[in-house]
Design a protein around this ligand. Structure first.
Ligand SMILES: Cc1cc2nc3c(=O)[nH]c(=O)nc-3n(C[C@H](O)[C@H](O)[C@H](O)COP(=O)(O)OP(=O)(O)OC[C@H]3O[C@@H](n4cnc5c(N)ncnc54)[C@H](O)[C@@H]3O)c2cc1C
Length: 235
């Protein structure tokens, strides 16, 4: 490993846990209410708190659609806010159909969040119609933001296999129809948290298909360390 200050450390095993840079909503009020009704990514743990409230979800991709389906089971209404004129360009067809069949899901196209309001917790959101500029304020219990994030893996380009979004696949995600990743020299498949390079393990948000939550990141970190010990023991 080579570091910013020019120093290097020779290592037999490495754990990559560099996380994701989430795009911020960047509207007045949202930063102060993050974690207090405004959440980035899937805060499934908030489901019970959403019971009987108005939930707003920002984003037009599958992750936002899946969250809308999930929270519709708890919230009185779920409002899916989509910047573009239609979902078709960004969401899978099956999900669009699923959303259309759920009575308490309302899709607002050409709509962005302009402001979030609240003291100790989110209370209202102001939405803006992208066509007319008209703003309307609604009562809101929760606002979930799914406008994308970028894994911090640019520096690993060409070193480990990354998926098309830059996340690092591990274990079973690297074995395609029984074929191990290119360059894999060991006589075994990559272990569950092992990347395409033997001895390089991945934990947390940066790992492809990981659950983007603190508890799972911590759990994977602990598991990765166990795998490092196993790897070093078998060398
Ligand atoms: C606004 C917001 C609110 C959230 N709220 C919740 C919540 O309520 N509950 C919950 O469970 N989860 C929440 N999450 C998700 C949670 O924060 C992540 O799932 C968790 O932090 C992932 O941990 P991680 O260790 O994988 O990555 P991170 O916590 O992102 O840590 C990665 C670390 O690696 C460092 N790093 C990056 N690149 C390099 C490099 N090249 N060299 C050295 N260091 C590097 C970074 O500086 C950072 O310190 C939230 C996320 C956001 C953005």
């Amino acid at each position: 490993m080579r570091f910013d200050d020019g120093s290097t450390i020779a290592a037999h095993a490495v754990v990559l846990a560099t996380g994701v840079s989430y795009r911020s909503l960047g509207v007045p009020g949202a930063d102060a209410l993050t974690g207090k009704g405004v959440y980035y990514g899937s805060a499934m743990t908030e489901a019970a708190a959403c019971a009987g409230t108005e939930v707003f979800i920002v984003g037009g991709a599958n992750s936002a659609g899946q969250a809308a389906v999930f929270f519709a089971r708890y919230a009185s209404s779920v409002h899916l806010l989509v910047r573009g004129p239609a979902l078709e360009a960004s969401m899978s067809h099956y999900l669009i159909e699923q959303l259309a069949a759920i009575e308490n899901v309302h899709v607002h196209t050409c709509t962005t969040v302009a402001e979030a309001h609240g003291e100790d917790h989110l209370e209202q959101v102001t939405l803006q119609d992208a066509r007319t500029g008209e703003r309307t304020t609604y009562d809101a219990g929760h606002l979930f933001v799914f406008i994308g994030g970028e894994p911090r893996t640019h520096w690993l380009d060409g070193v480990v296999v990354r998926d098309r979004r830059g996340f690092i696949p591990t274990g079973p995600g690297l074995v395609d129809d029984g074929r191990r990743p290119p360059g894999w020299a060991l006589d075994r498949d990559p272990w569950y948290l092992e990347s395409s390079v033997p001895g390089v393990f991945v934990a947390g948000d940066v790992r492809a298909e990981s659950v983007k939550r603190v508890a799972s990141a911590v759990g994977e970190g602990a598991m990765a360390v166990t795998l490092v010990h196993r790897y070093l023991g078998e060398r």
